[in-house]
Design a protein. Structure first.
Length: 460
């Protein structure tokens, strides 16, 4: 996907532009994504550098394992600056980077951020973690003083849109990952996970995601066993669990109501005899075992035991596919919500961009007023009659304030510019005025007299 040439869209013609520029899992390799990633520690320095670029007014950077995106409010004409900065910041030739970049402007930039915040642009459709990452990026930018009215409003609007999508659709209600699906299945077997003791075997990404989902369900007790104790300890600290070495597994297995296992072992690490021993210690209180590893961590013979429910990754495929189908349907509803909210934000954006014009008009009027007031005071000091001074002040101020709009409306009438005349009618509340083009603006007939309109009128 190439960086598209920038052009002024018909929908907007302001002095500022909103830019969303970046690359993600769809456009760039993992190596390139790693090269342009910005760590939280380096983010303040990166934002400061970006704000120093000519034409950049506000900035924010979202950087995760799957995407790095730059959001900017820039002056018109500076639309290419964010891409140039990204290449310079990471010492990559722009031509090398360009093939993996996408860039969105104004309304398209707003839509892109809304889709990112709601999980519609994620590797896993509808995943909720990205919203937290967007919020973190916004908070870092606020702390650095890098966002002002425009981006601050945009990001906060994106949070409201994400909440609306979560509330009004079921995009997050169905499992679409092995970790999520396995926890959801565990909920069906143990309705109250808050009363269950859960044992996790492993400390990789799948177990980490499973731990996060379990923490959201407030499990009663969480045990994490891993061959490397330090990894188990780090994960346990994050989710309020207890760390175990793998050599302690058999000792604590009887405590577990539910077991999730996902390691890189080539042979089963939980045997039939291990589970039989645990059941005996539990007085045959049922156990649920979820083998999320390939190849298997749990001996298939475990499934032959009474009071054991054993599930593997293959058993979760149907649950995941059902979840994906449901999320795709919810995503269509989410897109409709986003369309409406993009329009709402752009209405505010256009209005805010006119504040500069309004301030200029008011400043000019106040300058005229102050100059005439000073002149009127001087006339009073010179002994002029107060009535004459007031008349001079009122007449002159009226003429000065109305001269430019009157001249422009007169010219609009002469050229038949009905749109400007109607705008003037609304602006000055002249609702009883009938708007018609002047004779000079009427189409001329193709005749010899067309070059002499006054002569033609006299003949009529």
């Amino acid at each position: 996907m190439y960086l598209k040439p920038l052009s002024q869209p018909a929908e907007y013609s302001g002095a500022r532009r909103l830019i969303a520029l970046g690359l993600n899992h769809q456009t760039a390799s993992i190596d390139l994504r790693a090269r342009v990633a910005v760590s939280a520690e380096l983010l303040p320095e990166a934002l400061e550098s970006l704000l120093r670029q000519e034409g950049v007014l506000e900035a924010s950077v979202i950087s995760t394992c799957n995407r790095t995106e730059v959001y900017c409010c820039v002056e018109a004409g500076a639309e290419a600056v964010p891409a140039e900065w990204l290449a310079m910041q990471h010492r990559i030739e722009l031509n090398e980077l360009r093939g993996s970049l996408y860039q969105h402007v104004d309304g398209a930039a707003v839509r892109h951020l809304f889709r990112v915040a709601t999980g519609l642009d994620s590797l896993v459709l509808g995943e909720p973690q990205i919203l937290g990452q967007v919020k973190d990026a916004w908070q870092h930018s606020r702390n650095a003083g890098a966002v002002k009215a425009a981006l601050d409003r945009l990001f906060q609007h994106s949070f409201a849109v994400a909440k609306r999508v979560r509330t009004d659709t079921r995009i997050g209600a169905h499992p679409v990952s092995v970790a999520f699906a396995s926890v959801r299945l565990a909920q069906r077997v143990f309705a109250e996970l808050s009363q269950a003791t859960v044992l996790l075997i492993g400390a990789g990404e799948t177990i980490e995601l499973t731990a996060r989902h379990l923490a959201d369900q407030n499990v009663k007790r969480l045990l994490i066993a891993n061959r490397t104790y330090d990894n188990a300890h780090a994960l346990a600290q994050r989710f309020g669990g207890y760390a175990l070495g793998l050599d302690e597994l058999l000792l604590h297995l009887p405590e577990a109501d539910i077991v999730f296992s996902a390691t890189a072992a080539t042979d089963p690490i939980v045997s039939r005899s291990d589970v039989a021993y645990a059941l005996k210690k539990r007085r045959h209180k049922p156990m649920l075992l979820m083998d999320l590893a390939v190849p298997r961590d749990i001996d298939p013979a475990v499934g032959e035991l009474d009071d054991v429910f054993l599930y593997t990754v293959d058993d979760l495929d149907q649950v995941i596919e059902e979840g994906m189908r449901s999320r795709r349907e919810a995503a269509e509803q989410a897109e409709a919500i986003i369309d409406l909210q993009v329009d709402h934000f752009l209405a505010w954006w256009r209005a805010s961009d006119q504040q500069g014009v309004i301030r200029h008009i008011r400043s000019q009027a106040e300058s005229e007023r102050d100059a005439l007031l000073l002149k009127a005071q001087q006339m009073l000091v010179q002994g002029k009659a107060a009535e004459d001074v007031l008349r001079f002040l009122a007449t002159t101020l009226t003429n000065k304030l109305l001269h430019a709009p009157s001249a422009n409306l007169r010219a609009a009438a002469q050229r038949g510019d009905i749109d400007l005349l109607r705008a003037g009618e609304r602006l000055f509340a002249a609702t009883d005025v009938r708007l018609e083009p002047t004779a000079e603006s009427e189409p001329r007939k193709d005749s010899d007299d067309a070059e002499h309109p006054q002569k033609t009128r006299r003949a009529g």
